[in-house]
Design a protein around this ligand. Structure first.
Ligand SMILES: [Zn+2]
Length: 160
């Protein structure tokens, strides 16, 4: 029975509340947490969440697909840094603050005209060690591009 579970998961309750503001906040929470206590109760309810949010406008459900994908990553035992490559909303400074990554290096960026741009931050996931080059981007609002460093991919079997 989904609703007995929902009582034990405030986040599930919020996601299913059909209230634009509450749903929006809950989506943001899911997109940024790594807390198993928050994510585990959501695992069996991906379809329910989808159904309950279906009639809300697009503005209320921005990022919903990314949030659901993150719950699936958690369910499948995939390190949650997998979201970085697919979701442009991760500020590396905040991720470091939450202990999700360590910023191991800052590489200065200077263009051909000598203009200094925000440095590329090299971040290492504290969960699996995957390293990323993180670029500051801006389009209407700031966003971040996380590019995995191939030589440090954990699941890259060597050809020989
Ligand atoms: Zn990781």
């Amino acid at each position: 029975m989904p609703w007995t579970r929902a009582d034990r998961s405030p986040l599930l309750k919020e996601l299913c509340s059909r209230d634009t503001q509450r749903v929006r906040h809950a989506i943001s929470d899911v997109r940024h947490t790594r807390d198993p206590e928050l994510l585990a109760p959501l695992v069996d309810h991906l379809d329910l969440i989808r159904r309950r949010t279906r009639r809300l406008g697009a503005a209320a459900t921005v990022g919903l697909d990314r949030a659901l994908e993150r719950i699936a990553f958690f369910r499948d035992g995939v390190c949650l840094c997998a979201s970085y490559r697919r979701d442009s909303g991760f500020n590396p400074a905040k991720e470091a603050e939450h202990g999700h990554v360590r910023i191991v290096e800052e590489i200065p960026v200077v263009d051909d005209n000598g203009t200094a741009w925000p440095p590329v931050r090299v971040c290492a996931c504290t969960g699996c060690g995957q390293a990323f080059d993180v670029h500051d981007r801006e389009y209407h609002a700031p966003w971040w591009e996380w590019i995995a460093r191939p030589e440090q991919q954990a699941e890259c079997p060597d050809g020989d």
